[in-house]
Design a protein around this ligand. Sequence first.
Ligand code: SF4
Length: 331
Amino acid sequence: MQPLSRYLQIVSGAARPRYLAARSIGVDVPSSLEGRWKEHSAAVKRSRTLSDDAISPMAPSLLDLKASLARSHMNSCSLCPWRCGADRESGRRGRCGVTRPRVVSAFTHLGEEAPLVPSYTVFFAGCNLRCAFCQNYDLSTMPDRGAEPSAEELAKDLDAIAERKGIKNINWVGGDPIPALPYVLEVLRMMEADIAQIWNSNMYLEESSMHLLDGVIDVYLTDLKFGNDDCARRLCGAPDYSAVVRRNHIIAAAQGEVLVRHLQLPGHLECCTLPLIDWLAENLPGAAVNLMDQYRPEHRAYEHPELHRPLSREEHMRALEHARDRGLFLI
Ligand code: SF4
């Protein structure tokens, strides 16, 4: 099957977005956490077989259950592998620095990959990784930027925008949307628009957080950055990057469709780019892949001599050639 084929059906009106199916599955809400997770996995299975004709809001729904499971992270956050335990609702900060999620900007984006454009992007402040070369550091390192629209306000805005502007998707991004996952689910509980949902993320999140996204997200638009843990540790501080992010890509491909972005770093062809291409060829043959050549030295790139220059044309050409040889679907 062509990558993103279900997404394209949603865009053309031939299929419904997953989050509307999650709103249409009725659930019990047991009092115990264990009971709620058990109910959650049974309901996610039911949502996979729900026909588009059966989409009709239920209460409480699977999406309500997901939102209630996610909400507990606002008091003791373990959404990602840092597992800070921060009471973010009370203003405590974990590694990402995000307390209550803040929206820095939301606008129609024309610069994403062609099948996604026009995309309505919602940018959150803050990020759970610390990439020395961050190309968006004005968002990722400033978790207090932006405003705190209520979930109800944003849901209303997004429903209206989906109607008026004919945009193709809602694109949750940052910084990174991971610390905002409870808020995103709250917004989706209140939305009604027939519009695809995109999770645009570094994918450094816990497996249980991936389960909360299951049955909600149509396309994972991912950043796959490093081909080994030494580079990851040195450049973004995450010691277990490869195991976590690769696991989550495999889960994402089982849950929905995946468009992988790899920002090629200068001097990292042999250690990162080529091994990642090989890994994608072996593990994610159905994904669309964007090998990005627009790296520019930003943020703390000056701390790493190999990152002082742009990517060379030769490095990019070698990556493209290897990706074509390995049969990747390049976008
Ligand atoms: S999302 Fe932020 S507060 Fe929560 S575990 Fe990750 S880094 Fe810590």
